[in-house]
Design a protein around this ligand. Structure first.
Ligand code: FES
Ligand SMILES: [Fe+2]
Length: 353
C-alpha cells in the first residue's frame, strides 16, 4: 500500500527563495491553500490563501500587495503580514475574528519552508541541504508539478535501479540495476540511507558531458532521505583507478554532485517535485549549467510521466492489491514505514522476497 496519508506538524518546502517576492504566490500544501510573499524588508511570510469574508484567494488577481499588506481583490478586506485584518469596506470596526491563519516560515539553503500543522514547531528545524547556497558549488534547479500522490515519488527516488530503464541515455547504465544496495535506517533521527557503490561502470552522458571524463568510472550513490520532505543524493564520480576519499573526508580526485529533491504533498493525488543539482566542478561554466539543467529536467519529467501513469492505475484499483517487493525496495519500504508513523497510521510493510 503506497502512503497517501499526510504527516502533519512537519516542515515542508513551499517554494524556492527566488520564487517568493513582491508578487503573491499561491501554493496548496497538504490540502491547505497557502499564500506566500515577501515584505518590503525581505521577510517571507505565509498565511492562509482564502479571504475570511467570502473565501476569495489572496494570491489571485485582482488581490494585490500594498506595502506589507495584502488587499483582497473581491471586496477589499486588507490583512497585515501577521494575518490580522486591518480594514473592511464601509465600516470602521474590524471584527475581532477577522484574521488569517499564518504559518511559521524558515528560509534556509535557498528554500522557503513552512510548518503545516496545529502544533508549534518549537525548536524543530528543517533538515539541511547546504550545497544549494554555499560557495564552492554551482546549482541549477526547478520544480515540476506531479499528478500523483507523493508516496510514489518517495518510492521512485529511493530505488535508483529504475535509472537503467526509465533514464537510459541520461543517467542510467546497466551497472545501476545490477549493483546491490545497502539500506540503513536511523530510527531515532528518522533518516533512511540507501547506498550503491559501483567500482567500474559506464559513464552516462549526464556525467560524461558535464565532467569531461572519457572512460569508465567509479560511481557512488549515497541517498539520505529525511521524511517527509527532503531527499539528498550524494553522487560521487571518478575515473576508475582514482584514489579514494582521504581519511579527513577530502576527495580531490572525484567530481561531486549533490542532487536534492523536496517532495511536498499538495493534495491527495498531486505533489510538488522541487529538484536541484549542485556541483563542485566547472563552477563558472554556463554551458555545463545549461546542460545539467536541461538533462535533469528531462530526467525529472521522465519520472513525472511514469508516476502520473501509475497514479491513474492506482486510483482505479481496489485498496487491498498486494504488491510484490524485492531487495531494491528495502529503502522505499523503510521510508513508507517512517512516513506512516509520522502520519499517525503505523503499519507493518511486508518483507522483501
Ligand atoms: S472575499 Fe475578500 S473581501 Fe470579500
Ligand atoms: Fe528517476
Amino acid at each position: 500500500m503506497i502512503v497517501a496519508e499526510f504527516a502533519r506538524d512537519q516542515w515542508y518546502v513551499a517554494a524556492f527563495s527566488h520564487e517568493v517576492g513582491r508578487r503573491q504566490l499561491g501554493r496548496t500544501i497538504l490540502d491547505e491553500p497557502v499564500l506566500l510573499y515577501r515584505t518590503e524588508d525581505g521577510q517571507a511570510v505565509a498565511m492562509a490563501d482564502r479571504c475570511v469574508h467570502r473565501r476569495f484567494p489572496l494570491s489571485e488577481s485582482p488581490s494585490h500587495l500594498v506595502g506589507d499588506k495584502v488587499v483582497c481583490g473581491y471586496h477589499g478586506f486588507t490583512y497585515g503580514p501577521d494575518g490580522v485584518c486591518v480594514a473592511v469596506p464601509a465600516q470602521q470596526r474590524v471584527p475581532r475574528t477577522a484574521r488569517l491563519r499564518t504559518y511559521p516560515v524558515v528560509e534556509q539553503d535557498s528554500f522557503v519552508w513552512v510548518w503545516i500543522g496545529d502544533r508549534e514547531p518549537g525548536g524543530t528545524l528543517p533538515p539541511r541541504a547546504p550545497w544549494l547556497a554555499q560557495s564552492g558549488y554551482t546549482t541549477v534547479c526547478g520544480m515540476e508539478p506531479l499528478n500523483a500522490r507523493y508516496g510514489l515519488l518517495v518510492d521512485n527516488l529511493l530505488d535508483l535501479s529504475h535509472e537503467t530503464y526509465l533514464h537510459g541515455g541520461y543517467i542510467g547504465t546497466p551497472e545501476v540495476a545490477e549493483t546491490p544496495i545497502t539500506t540503513e535506517v536511523d530510527e531515532e533521527a528518522g533518516v533512511v540511507y540507501v547506498s550503491r557503490h559501483m567500482a567500474d561502470a559506464a559513464c552516462p552522458p549526464f556525467y560524461a558531458e558535464s565532467t569531461g571524463i572519457k572512460g569508465r568510472i567509479t560511481r557512488w550513490q549515497d541517498i539520505e532521505y529525511h521524511p517527509p520532505c527532503l531527499y539528498l543524493l550524494h553522487s560521487r564520480v571518478a575515473p576508475v583507478g582514482s584514489p579514494l576519499p582521504a581519511a579527513d573526508g577530502t576527495d580531490p580526485h572525484a567530481f561531486h554532485v549533490e542532487v536534492v529533491y523536496a517532495i511536498t504533498p499538495s493534495t491527495g493525488n498531486t505533489t510538488y517535485d522541487f529538484w536541484a543539482v549542485a556541483r563542485d566542478f566547472a563552477l563558472d561554466d554556463e554551458k555545463v549549467s545549461d546542460f545539467l539543467r536541461e538533462s535533469n529536467r528531462t530526467v525529472v519529467l521522465q519520472d513525472v510521466t511514469a508516476l502520473n501513469t501509475l497514479e491513474q492505475v492506482l486510483a482505479r484499483e481496489p485498496d487491498r492489491y498486494q504488491e510484490l517487493s524485492v531487495n531494491i525496495d528495502t529503502g522505499g519500504l523503510a521510508a513508507r514505514r517512517l512516513l506512516a508513523k509520522m502520519a499517525g497510521t503505523p503499519r507493518t510493510e511486508p518483507a522483501v522476497r
